[in-house]
Write a protein that binds this ligand. Sequence first.
Ligand SMILES: Nc1ncnc2c1ncn2[C@@H]1O[C@H](COP(=O)(O)OP(=O)(O)OP(=O)(O)O)[C@@H](O)[C@H]1O
Ligand SMILES: [Mg+2]
Length: 532
Amino acid sequence: MKRRFENSLSPVSKKLKNNDEICGRKGSMLADCSNIMLNSPPVTPEKRRFVDIRDDSEGKESAKKKLSFITPPATPQKCRETSVYSKAKALFQRGSNHTGSTGSSHLVGRESEAEALNEFCLSNIRKGVSNSLYICGPPGTGKSAQVDVSFQYLSQSVGRSQSSHVSTIEGKKVKFIRVNCMPISKPESIFHEIYCALNPSDKLSVSYTKRKTEDDLFSLLSQGSDVDSAVILLDEMDCLITRDQQVLFQLFNLASERKNSSFKTNIILVCISNALDLMDKFLPILKRNALSPQALPFLPYAADQIKRIIVSKLQLLRGSEQDKENIPPAMGPPIMHPAAIQLCCRKSGSVTGDLRKAFDICYKSIEMVEMSLTNQKEPTQYTVETAPKVQISHIAKVCQNSFANNMNSQLDNLNLLQKTVLCCLVVHERNNCASIFNRVELTVNFFYDVYVKISKDHFAGLLGAVKKSEFLEIISTLEASSAVVISATKHSRNDSMDLGGKLVKANISFDALLKCTNDIGILRNLLHSSAH
Ligand SMILES: Nc1ncnc2c1ncn2[C@@H]1O[C@H](COP(=O)(O)OP(=O)(O)OP(=O)(O)O)[C@@H](O)[C@H]1O
Ligand SMILES: [Mg+2]
């Protein structure tokens, strides 16, 4: 019993006991050994424990109570089943995986661009030369995603991966480096970033010494780092543009084989930019210096490409369940009706060809179907095949809501003068409509006279006079935010530069305008006056 009790003593109590022995005052609870105690290291706080006092005296002579410490049981975890709708939404969530399969060389719909990109990297690695490629295209066209897929494909499927970033491709050691230029505050810092990525062992000392410059990078490449080639992605390259474009020029210069054929480590530069016209502005400088990077445009996705991408994503839902439940391959995609997919593609393809918009529409419409089920069966009770699908009506509703929201936020961003001009146009149109015989098409010039008259009648002295040139600027801004529509007259040409001679028409409902001007008294009064 004594032995058991000793064993169950905590380290602190054991120490206390030893100290008692050292002090030679056995039995004294408050032994004066504080000096020794002070030297002991602090004890790591332990998990809170219950003290379980059970009467262990039954059938025993001594009535001592036994103390035992019990760790509280872990909180039981809820085992949640994921519904097929949650899985479908995850596919279209921002930042979700691009392909769903590893080892693929291209994204769906980007086959030719991927082939050009992969061939560019591979041929330069093989030849052991430096080179540069410039990828441009509007947002959401898969530029970053495709380069990501290509880097993974080249490093893991074509080559043999050695570490997270280094791979051996056809006997050459290649490093893949990704730099997002957006967070870089000073464009010149890009050389420091590339230097550190190429020479990670030096990273610590680098951060304590001065920042590395283009010259330092040049000497590192000349002497050679531990790889034969470095494939460097500079995403959002637009952020490196300086007034004299010196940094971009230096970068393309470093990646020029003609200028730097003696480099022991070659640079294969892949730059991504949204600016389609950057090369037009920048190319003359490069050409004058005998530099000409290859260009690879990513055009906006067409409706049929968006459809293929959405269908291939939805098919991923089937993969595992088909094997599990022996379901014969079905004809159409799951979760979304083909006609609904078609409408979603037409809507997003016709606006910008930005895939993010198409994914957002899919996400919201799947959510809408999921919400409508809550009163019937639990969403987790449906399988990929039995789950009610997104229909055309869901897509139409989501698009209507999102475009209406866009319009409202654009209207809120207009300033007072712009809102005033818009109100005058709507009031004039309403008054004109009242007498159908009086209805004439309104040119911008004529509308200027109407505006001057209305503002004299309603806001005399409250708003300053607006010059004709200012008025034309306001009309252009309203057109850009889709609040008005400008069109040519029968006699003027569509490409004519004379805005004053063109027709202007409001492109906003009376109620929407009323809502966005409700907090501006003079405009509210003006609109109400025309309502009678
Ligand atoms: N072909 C595709 N298949 C599947 N997903 C794609 C495809 N193309 C793009 N995506 C997805 O669409 C989103 C936008 O793509 P990405 O970021 O590559 O666009 P980007 O062209 O780089 O746009 P930005 O110019 O705004 O950076 C990402 O979530 C990406 O995974
Ligand atoms: Mg991108």
